[in-house]
Write a protein that binds this ligand. Sequence first.
Ligand SMILES: Cc1cc2nc3c(=O)[nH]c(=O)nc-3n(C[C@H](O)[C@H](O)[C@H](O)COP(=O)(O)OP(=O)(O)OC[C@H]3O[C@@H](n4cnc5c(N)ncnc54)[C@H](O)[C@@H]3O)c2cc1C
Length: 445
Amino acid sequence: MRKISDWGNYPVIEADVGGFDTADQLRQKLGKPGPVIAFGNGRSYGDASLQENILLTRRFSKFLSFDEATGELCCQAGVLLSEILDVFVPRGWFLPVTPGTKLITVGGAIAADVHGKNHHVDGSFGQHVLSMDVMRSDGSVMTCSPTENAEFFNITTGGMGLTGIILTAAFRLRKIETAYIREETVRAANLDEIMDGFEASNDWTYSVAWIDCLAKGDSMGRSIMMRGEHAKTVELLNPSHKHAPLKPKSGIKLDIPVMFPNFALNHWTMQAFNFAYYNMCRPGTHKSIVDYNSYFYPLDAIGNWNRIYGKRGFTQYQFVIPKEAGREGMRNILRRITDSGLGSFLAVLKLFGEQESFISFPMAGYTLALDFPISLKAMDLFKELDAMVAGYGGRLYLAKDSRMDAAMFEKTYPNADDFRQAIATLNDGETRFASLLSKRIGVTS
Ligand SMILES: Cc1cc2nc3c(=O)[nH]c(=O)nc-3n(C[C@H](O)[C@H](O)[C@H](O)COP(=O)(O)OP(=O)(O)OC[C@H]3O[C@@H](n4cnc5c(N)ncnc54)[C@H](O)[C@@H]3O)c2cc1C
């Protein structure tokens, strides 16, 4: 038994934790009765990969094949996105979709059906998966794709590890000329301006905004939008970039060596940070060429940054509300958050494109994600926010959640019932897949 948690360090549990190197070893482990859940790299925030028996997938991480002509990559599910980038960016290929950290596994990317800054153009990660092999609780391996065993494919994509252990996946990488992004940053003085900014940025492949969730009144929603395109070789101006366009210099990596004390982060330190960050960007639009790590993964440059929240841990409240409810809904929810003064410095706003998957999080609309140190006040606030999000026809992201109840899940995920029934049918054996998350939201017992 050992102590383990996901990225938010809340909850921390004692669990029996073990890994596997081969499919046969995994089959043996699944031969034991009782519940189990896959643990990728623990970058979900709450309890999605936690329960008393945990199967670590990281050792199952070989590249299996790559087709230079089509960009089709097949690999084991414990491979990290960062490992794919390390090998394939120098060869001129990039991920089809990437979240704000590259330190997640391929299995975690599919199980949470992760989204990136290009959701409005390219959809979620699962929409790029061509096929996958999944080991079920009886040790059998199911090959599935959008056309083969499609129902199983659809509940595994976004199914949070509850259908089985994803062993391998094939998906197509995208061709790039350089490892750089042509970026434009645009400062917006309030919520209306940033929403106009998103509408005007629909032609950009990547767009996202950092939003100050502590600013009030006329400044509520003040933001910095970062939109980008993969830079072409001719667009690189710096001679060292031109010389090796696919090999950017690696930046300095910092590390947070210990847990911060709980008092280090308070309303004032967060407000000071937000003020400084917003004002670092001058008004107007600014163009630059940045390497892909700086654009997509600024937080990965600070190892263990989750420790700044201290031992109490933190959670991320990420919701999406449909576009029709967008402006008014977002204004009301944001006002409630800013009034509470509880938000922290990491808030991200994004406009999703259309998506109608079986159980995945994204839908056409605005999504806001912000971190909160764990506190009783925050828990009370979330209850109020839940009612508002549900009232606007929105929902919460399971990969970030550690506290939503079954009623909220039921109300906001249209296929909640069918999902529960499908998982019950698949779990009809002595071994079954279940997590603290799946129990809490009533998908499994
Ligand atoms: C800094 C940061 C930024 C982030 N930004 C984004 C973002 O922009 N967009 C976004 O969508 N998400 C984002 N996330 C969330 C993250 O991408 C997801 O939670 C992802 O699922 C984590 O993958 P993991 O490999 O760490 O898996 P874990 O966190 O260990 O597990 C996540 C889920 O996947 C399941 N799982 C893992 N491996 C397998 C497998 N082989 N077979 C079956 N099930 C499996 C687990 O059981 C669990 O349900 C971010 C997280 C962090 C920490």
